[in-house]
Design a protein around this ligand. Structure first.
Ligand SMILES: [Zn+2]
Length: 99
């Protein structure tokens, strides 16, 4: 994605990930000119595990779109995923440079 930094530099954001501690991972990108850091989201092992499971479910659904049980499972997983993402990211307070 192309983005514009507050310093005026337009650049293609390169997503970076860094472990903040043994579980929490910070996803961000930074401006190549002024090195300002733009926070995107935090993830933890539960969220990452979730991502993998959701990906697998989606792949199975692509093979068989008529499997309503799988579909329901995926929807439930996505709902739960959003919930844990919201909890971890606690939006407003930490995302000061992200809009
Ligand atoms: Zn900048």
């Amino acid at each position: 994605m192309r983005t514009k930094c507050s310093c005026g530099k337009v650049f293609k954001a390169k997503i970076k990930r860094i472990m903040l501690d043994k579980d929490i991972q910070d996803i961000y990108f930074e401006c190549p000119r002024c090195m300002k850091k733009y926070h995107i989201a935090f993830t933890d092992s539960e969220i990452r595990e979730h991502n993998i499971k959701m990906q697998k479910l989606k792949e199975r659904l692509l093979e068989d779109r008529t499997d309503m049980k799988l579909f329901a499972e995926l929807q439930e997983m996505m709902r739960h995923h959003k919930q844990i993402m919201d909890e971890l990211n606690d939006t407003e307070s930490r995302c000061t440079s992200w809009h």
